[in-house]
Design a protein around this ligand. Sequence first.
Ligand code: GAL
Length: 658
Amino acid sequence: MHYGADYNPEQWPEEVWPEDVARMQEAGVTMVSLGIFSWARIQPSEHEFDFAWLDRIIGLLHEGGIAVDLATATASPPPWATVAYPEMLAADENGTPYWHGSRQHYAPSSPAYRGLAAALVTKIAERYAAHPAVVLWHVNNEYGCHLNIDYSDAARDAFRRWLQRRYDTIDAVNKAWGTMFWSQRYSSFAEVFPPRHAPYSHNPGQLLDYRRFTSDMLLECYRVERDIIRAAGAGQPITTNFMGAFKPVNYAQWAGELDVISDDLYPDPNDPESFREGAFHGDLMRSLKPGTPWLLMEQASNAVNWRPTNAPKAPGQLAAQSVQAVARGADGILFFQWRQSRAGSEKFHSGMLPHAGTATRTWQEVVALGRELDALPDLPADDGSARVAILLDWENWWAIENPDHPVPLDYLSLVRGWYDAAHRLHVQVDLLPPTADLAPYDVVLAPHLYLLTAQAAATLRSFVEAGGHLLVTAFTDVVDEHDRFRPGGFGTQLRDLLGVVIEDFGALVPTESTAPGQQYAQVAGEGIAFAGSLLAEEVHAVDAEVLARFEGGRGDGRPAFTTAARGAGRAYYLATVPDQAGAEQLLRQVLAGAGVDPVLPGLPPMVEAIRRGRLLTVINHGADEARVVVRGRDALGGGEVDGVTLQPFDYALVLTDH
Ligand code: GAL
């Protein structure tokens, strides 16, 4: 179990370093991430490298028994670099550059940036590949953060090359994008530009490909650095830090390229429901690389600096959130950052060691957490505890949020709606791409797979035929991988499986200022009564049983929720977006049909229970005391456990016979 933080010793005089190491030992720190923003310090000018200071601090940490997660330092190029090579600056939709003076201002496709980054990483890797302190490599930092999409000339040139590789001919691009529309036909790759500022809607196929290209350019940057590290003879695992479900970067596609998944997580301490975000992050990280423990690479010990208002964490909240990650498969809890900065825009961001010193609640909680993590027994990575999978697909995310649709849909919040419903029902879930192996699961939720490939449709069909229970929700199977309608209407690939035909999407106006009955559609059936929003599709149940219908409004009496037995399994279709109560009602029915039970029965909604092999973790995130029936042995102390009473932010770590 790793414990530690980003460590930025270059922000401090060297006299402070020995005290840092001593304090790290006191806090139980085992590993720090070093050098993430050190490019300017390591390379003060193009042909000058200074590693003496880095040698000294790595040596000091090593002597102190603290391991190093060594960064490649490429996330924030120094001013000399962008002055010498202004073409490496990223640009916005208008072509206006993002200047240095902040961070992460580089154009990922720029040959100048890549050249300088490669030279730097080569030096670092060659120097430290065999250093015994280095146990992990930290490539770049939060790829795509701040600057989600780059429209620079470097991106323009790289996009043309990317298209040529993908499509071979410009005619294939024309066909994929449907450029006969609005006279958009291209006669050569040289006529194609990034979707820069334009008078009206861009071509949706181009927008989708630009998203793919953006994720691919960042992945190329990662691969270049990773390969340099390997070529230098480094054998340590390599990672780059993810940010939960982050739209610009297709983590499901990237995961195979990382040895260890790592995540940065900053739930708002002021939001009593934000612990579900932590749960979602953890389940996603675990699912990205099944069987391999992941690292919580960054979290805050207390307040952050970047929300409009930055509330402190409540007493105990830090430990509860950290244990939540461990319960979901993390084998390391790290912070941004070790020592609170004394200058710069993050000086109000908390650290493990606060500016106010060690006579602080933060320090006490940090030290206590270090002890607790140290006392944990070795834990298995993941024993496949989840019986339920929720599908999350980046390509669909990009396509479904293209403009000019019946109603704007926020894909992540819709997926989260289902995830949160499962979480409130205390059911353990994995989060998977639609082409994953679904055989180990009893229930699969497939919310809003607007872009559904033939391969994904086949996976869903086989899952049901083999005995799985599948819930598909509105606006699914609408377009192909180029964001074009398929011939023959909507839902063409899943029609037989679901037994429904979709005639129209029935958009519901999402604003408050609309006529009564146009914002919500009431849905009623046995044990079902809720308000649907956003979509109330006109669906014909041709070979399915109707479990609930729309009531009132323009869709009065039409099917809203259907089911069909297929093969050894069952397929459900929901023609709207349920509110919170509705999602829980429907999910309960689907889970009951498949015989899936909660991790523990009878838990209040603000208490969560998670299994990781033999370890059962129960956490009270609510404001009230909770009594939980659980039996086993205390994982920290070893005593018998027969029921626990949990105060707010209390948790129990129990080894069970499961
Ligand atoms: C992360 C970043 C860190 C730090 C942190 C502040 O996005 O990787 O360097 O800025 O946020 O919360």
